[in-house]
Design a protein around this ligand. Structure first.
Ligand code: ADP
Ligand code: MG
Length: 699
């Protein structure tokens, strides 16, 4: 079958073998389809000239027309440039060229009328257009009246040098678009096109390159985004449907362990939100199908208890459970707190991490296989193949943002029928994003904090406030409270960061001398036992200040700690700052988060810190984070990278995500297997498009 998209690019008019080589190397354009999907990043509306007085340095392309006032050659040698002043009666602007002077010189003369297209920039406090495109308004050239909209494509230096600059590319895509007529079949139904007022597929591909109006370009873009997001949602939902239908273990009863814990060991009452989530999970585990559920709850909302109660449910029904944490410290802490919660009960727990000795590991794995361990806590060491259970019924993954979809799939393989999977995350994400990143999971939300929590007070201080800070820390310690002082650690600059930490530790030791004060220090270069030892001393209240790198970022729970001092806070992202702040405010006392930074800050950093000072709401912070950073590393880069989107942006295009989600559900409701004839073009496109393949692979 003839497929327009897979035609080789060298056969396109205006390309040929040499240019094809460059297109392949520089822009990965091998086929017609690749070029069709090489979308313009912007357009210049050559029909719309603006007055020079309205030109701003805002990086937008502008079209200007006017008269050349003066021309001058400036500089020497490599710095030589041609400078002309353009005037249109409303103002003047400098035009500058650094090459091609020989060609330009005879043409650019005072009194000549020209049209120019370019990006304004500021040079020596004056606006100028560097290397603008130039058209001479020669008399008797009427077809220039409506020159239309020109697409702008990303081009590299090499492309420009080989005759593939923006203008040439625009010519080539124009050829492609002429050929595309009649070659791009529709994949969406008439009904969907009408409902969302989308242009036809063929029109969209042509008009995104060569629109007749800006509105047409925008409609084309919306259409292509919709189609892409629809494909993504279809793959995600199919994966979810398949999983839904895959058999799961049944936890018939609420038994002795669950009840004993709930009635005797638990020394506080669950929040309504916690109760609701436990019920949702309980309902899932009775259906006979496998559960894949995400529990989302802000830091401190009490996710651990919820997970524990579910593991007890598994245990009461004769199944083992495991709980996986992202760091060794956190795994150890879970292990310790589970044992504390379970005191006096018959539940057998085990701990497996990267630093478990060979001998202990062998013993542990043996017990596990024989079913002598009910709950195994650990790090990603749990994922290894040799970790085999007798009868794994439930796998809990804590702090999902460190793990990817692939890890979940590994846990599924640990029993004959996959265990139920409970994923817990403190990272609040906007709903439309959640539909995508966690699209194959059912979601529960713990939207309530345990009672008597006072919101953490946050302030931003700079280095000159350090004495005040130390005085404040001393007054808190005098009240019997404990303090974290956290330093950033970023891998590339690890050594320098370690030095920062050590310098900080020194100065704190001087300000807080023994025997009045005891300090702990924890950093990534320490052995696991040493870290654990220091954490333990802090937890027991033997030390008042914990100086550390971000190893405590996730999950550490010391309710008596009321102050979180974050050094060089401008170097942390918002999500991380929010996590760190969540380490305090866990007891009944008023807690504080102190963001230290230097006086001088970038605009972004200032906004981040301001956001932290102004709100404690994880959702608001997540949204601000998205705006400042984009979705790039939102879920630990791995996941959003794997979405493989070519044109849509799951953050900016939230509304299209919703529409695509709705449409995907509708299509699958009518045709769960996507077998109907009318859906086959769409299916073919789904197979070609990489979006969402991750979900297809694991289902
Ligand atoms: P996170 O959701 O951040 O993992 P944790 O599970 O670590 O939160 O819980 C934070 C603290 O709150 C723990 O000390 C926990 O024992 C306590 N906690 C949890 N639920 C409740 C509750 N309903 N009432 C009082 N304290 C609670
Ligand atoms: Mg936690």
């Amino acid at each position: 079958m003839f497929d327009f998209f897979s035609q080789h690019i060298e056969y396109l008019k205006g390309v040929g073998p040499a240019k094809a080589e460059i297109l392949k190397k520089e822009a990965r354009i091998h086929t017609y389809g690749d070029l069709l999907e090489y979308f313009p990043f912007r357009y210049i509306d050559r029909g719309r000239f603006i007055p020079i007085s309205q030109v701003r340095d805002d990086r937008n392309y502008v079209a200007l027309q006017g008269t050349i006032k003066s021309v001058e050659q400036k500089g020497f040698g490599a710095k030589k440039r041609l400078s002309a002043i353009l005037s249109d009666g409303t103002g003047q602007i400098e035009l500058a060229w650094f090459s091609g002077l020989k060609w330009l010189l005879p043409k650019i003369k005072p009194q000549v009328r020209v049209k120019v297209f370019g990006k304004p920039s500021v040079f020596n406090h004056r606006l100028s257009l560097n290397h603008p495109e130039l058209e001479f308004a020669a008399e008797g050239n009427p077809q220039e009246e409506n020159p239309g909209i020109q697409p702008l494509y990303t081009t590299t230096e090499r492309m420009k040098n080989h005759g593939l600059g923006p203008k040439a590319l625009s010519g080539i895509t124009a050829n492609l678009c002429r050929q595309a007529r009649g070659s791009i079949p529709e994949i969406l139904s008439q009904e969907i096109l009408e409902r969302y007022r989308l242009p036809l597929r063929e029109d969209a591909f042509i008009q995104i390159h060569h629109p007749r109006s800006m509105e047409q370009a925008e409609n084309a873009r919306q259409r292509l985004k919709f189609e892409e997001l629809l494909i993504l949602q279809l793959k995600i939902l199919q994966a979810k449907l398949k999983k839904r239908k895959s058999p799961g273990w049944t936890f018939e009863k609420v038994g002795e362990n669950f009840l004993q814990f709930y009635q005797h060991n638990l020394d506080f009452s669950l929040t309504e939100a916690q109760k609701r989530v436990v019920k949702e999970i309980r309902a899932d585990t009775k259906t006979g199908f496998q559960m894949n559920r995400l529990v989302q709850g802000d830091v401190g909302s009490g996710k651990t208890i919820v997970a524990l109660m579910c593991m007890l449910l598994a245990c009461d029904n004769g199944f083992q459970s495991c709980m996986m944490a992202p760091t060794e410290i956190l795994a150890r802490q879970h292990d310790a707190s589970l044992r504390k919660f379970l005191r006096g009960m018959k539940i057998r727990t085990g701990l497996l991490t990267g630093s478990t000795s060979r001998k202990d590991r062998a013993i542990l794995l043996n017990l596990l296989r024989e079913g002598q361990i009910d709950i195994l806590v650990g790090t990603h060491a749990l994922l290894e193949d040799e970790v085999a259970f007798k009868n794994l019924g439930l796998a809990v993954i804590d702090e999902q943002h460190r793990f990817g979809v692939a890890q979940r799939a590994k846990l599924w393989a640990k029993n004959r029928i996959p265990p139920h999977v409970l994923v817990m995350t403190a990272t609040p994400i906007p709903r439309t994003l959640g539909m995508t990143l966690y699209g194959d999971l059912d979601v529960s939300v713990i939207d309530q904090l345990p009672p008597n929590r006072k919101p953490v007070k946050t302030v931003h201080l700079t280095d000159k406030d350090r004495l005040r800070l130390f005085a404040f820390m001393k007054s808190e310690i005098a009240k019997g409270r404990q303090i974290y002082v956290v330093y950033p650690l970023i891998e590339e600059s690890e050594n320098m960061d370690l030095k920062d930490l050590m310098d900080g530790y020194e100065s704190i030791s001087r300000a807080f001398p023994v025997p009045d004060y005891q300090l702990s220090i924890v950093h990534g270069k320490m052995k696991a036992e040493a870290k654990e030892f220091e954490m333990e001393r802090f937890k027991k209240g033997e030390t008042q200040i914990m100086v550390s790198t971000t190893v405590i970022e996730v999950g550490v729970d010391v309710p008596n700690a009321t102050v979180m001092v974050i050094e060089n806070s401008e170097r942390f992202g918002l999500a991380q700052l929010h996590q760190l702040r969540g380490r305090v405010g866990r007891g009944g006392q008023q807690s504080y988060c102190i963001l230290m930074s230097s006086e001088k800050l970038s605009q972004d950093a200032r906004e981040r810190l301001q956001t932290m000072v102004s709100t404690n709401d994880g959702f608001k912070i997540a949204e601000a984070d998205l705006k400042l950073r984009g979705p790039g590393d939102l879920q630990g880069t791995q996941q959003s990278g794997l979405l493989s989107l070519k044109i849509a942006d799951i953050v900016q295009d939230g509304n299209i995500v919703k529409a695509a989600r709705f449409t995907a559900l509708e299509i699958l409701q009518e045709d769960p297997g996507l077998l109907l004839a009318k859906n086959q073009r769409l299916v073919a496109e789904m197979e070609k498009h990489p979006a969402g393949n991750l979900w297809s692979q694991i289902s």
